[in-house]
Design a protein around this ligand. Structure first.
Ligand SMILES: Nc1ncnc2c1ncn2[C@@H]1O[C@H](COP(=O)(O)OP(=O)(O)O)[C@@H](O)[C@H]1O
Ligand SMILES: [Mg+2]
Length: 449
């Protein structure tokens, strides 16, 4: 029952009462009869009124409940508004601030009492105000703006980058206000600027690295030519004059040759490394017998192991000995690993193992009982020019390029290298290689069967 129905009911009761009043002037019989009728109707109406009253009471209770719920919702939204991480403000169509949440107060570094009533444009730096005014005038027609980036200033005139999104508040088709979402993107902008700076530095570093590689390449080439001549001619001089030379002169020429060879090895390593780093290195792929190659390298190096009274053993445990790879580069890799094992071992042995991991992969293990490497140094030993455990390594020859070359070569071949070691207990280098290295575009591949 609504309010009008309730009024109607009351009107009905009033009519009945009026009737009762009139009936007082009637004849006694009629009066009695009418009085009875009226009383009956009156009690019916009263009953109805009572029911109506109860209904109204119920509706009233419901209304109070609804009102409480609406109040709770309102509070919830107010809290969401107040504590949202981004700044929210509500303005009229001229940009006069009517409401603002906590984040907006923080953004503008001002308290609520002073912010409400201000026009938003006071937080726009002078030079951007023209653009701001234009946007504001377009806002009511366009309905909304998204992710508009502009520089704002807080109450203390400190600038910050802000991303603004807006929606209009409409009443009967007319724009009567604007809701603004303000996101401080200064940190984001700074991070972007830093990334750009790092990218630029990276570019410069890459250029510098490339230049360095080029210098190394040119220098190495230039050094190699005269060095080869020195070595060649020293060898000839020694062979032709061995009988005429005193033993001291022979020793001197032998020293020239030995040191020259050492220098040549270093230059070759530097040249290889520069090429690998520049990505200009290519493999010459072919079928070959890996078992034979390992044995050959071991036989070549056994002399140096024997000089130090170290055993050099080879353990081949593989069915299919054919692989596709660059034998010269595999030989280089083996020489690096095995000569390290011999160099860094004083007593005990060096063991080279060849195994099959599966149909597609083979494993080469070089194990020694030498000085070992501490776990913290594992990540350094594969970097160029890194010789760990310096105090001890100083007494061993080398430049720290060997393992860096091995790692780059394996990268090119699609293989991996890992190391297990304990100081004083020896080291185990484990190389995993694809049985068939896939040919890259600038590699020569000549299957020789
Ligand atoms: N088998 C090994 N035992 C102990 N240390 C090793 C072994 N192999 C490599 N290292 C460590 O890793 C460093 C880098 O090796 P490498 O790149 O071959 O350089 P180099 O042999 O010229 O010193 C070595 O100086 C040494 O400290
Ligand atoms: Mg080495």
């Amino acid at each position: 029952m609504n309010f009008e129905q309730f009024i109607e009911k009351i009107e009905g009761v009033r009519l009945q009462t009026d009737l009762l009043h009139c009936s007082v002037n009637q004849t006694p019989q009629q009066h009695q009869q009418l009085l009875m009728q009226a009383v009956e109707q009156l009690s019916v109406s009263l009953e109805e009124l009572h029911v109506a009253e109860e209904e109204l009471l119920q509706q009233n209770e419901q209304l109070v409940e609804y009102q409480q719920e609406i109040e709770k919702e309102h509070q919830r939204y107010q809290q969401l508004f107040d504590f949202a991480p981004d700044g929210y403000i509500v303005t009229d169509i001229h940009g006069k601030i009517l409401e603002a949440n906590q984040a907006a107060l923080q953004l503008f570094a001002i308290d609520k009492v002073r912010l409400i009533g201000k026009i938003l444009i006071v937080f726009v730096p002078q030079e951007a105000r023209r653009e701001f005014r234009q946007k504001l005038s377009q806002l009511c027609q366009q309905g909304e703006f998204k992710d508009w980036e502009i520089c704002l200033q807080n109450h203390q005139k400190i600038l910050f980058d802000c991303q603004i999104s807006t929606t209009t508040i409409n009443d009967k088709g007319n724009c009567i206000g604007i809701r603004w979402l303000l996101r401080d993107i200064s940190a984001h902008k700074q991070a972007e600027a830093k990334i750009r700076c790092v990218e630029l530095q990276n570019c410069q570093l890459q250029e510098a690295a490339q230049l360095k590689s080029q210098i190394v390449t040119v220098l190495s080439h230039e050094l190699r030519t005269p060095l080869n001549a020195i070595l060649g001619f020293s060898d000839i001089v020694l062979r032709l004059n061995k009988n005429q030379f005193t033993s001291q002169s022979v020793k001197m020429v032998e020293t020239i040759i030995r040191n020259g060879k050492q220098l040549l090895k270093l230059i070759n390593n530097m040249l290889d490394f520069a090429k690998l780093e520049e990505g200009k290195f290519s493999l010459s792929l072919q079928y070959f017998n890996i078992k034979e190659l390992i044995k050959l390298v071991a036989d070549d190096l056994r002399f140096f192991a024997n000089q130090k009274n170290i055993n050099l053993d080879v353990n081949i445990n593989i069915q299919n000995v054919k692989v596709i790879n660059d034998p010269i580069r595999i030989q280089q890799l083996l020489i690096n690993l095995i000569s390290n094992a011999i160099k860094f071992t004083e007593t005990g042995s060096v063991l080279i193992e060849l195994q099959e991991l599966n149909d597609d992969k083979i494993i080469i293990i070089v194990k020694d009982t030498g000085i070992g490497i501490s776990e913290v140094d594992f990540k350094y030993i594969f970097q160029a020019f890194q010789q760990v455990n310096q105090t001890k390594s100083r007494c061993y020859q080398g430049t720290g390029l060997g393992l860096a070359i091995v790692k780059d070569l394996l990268n090119l071949m699609g293989g991996t290298i890992t190391v297990e070691s304990q100081l004083g207990e020896g080291s185990t280098f484990r190389v995993e290689l694809p049985r068939e290295v896939k040919s890259l575009k600038n590699e020569n591949f000549s299957p020789s069967g």
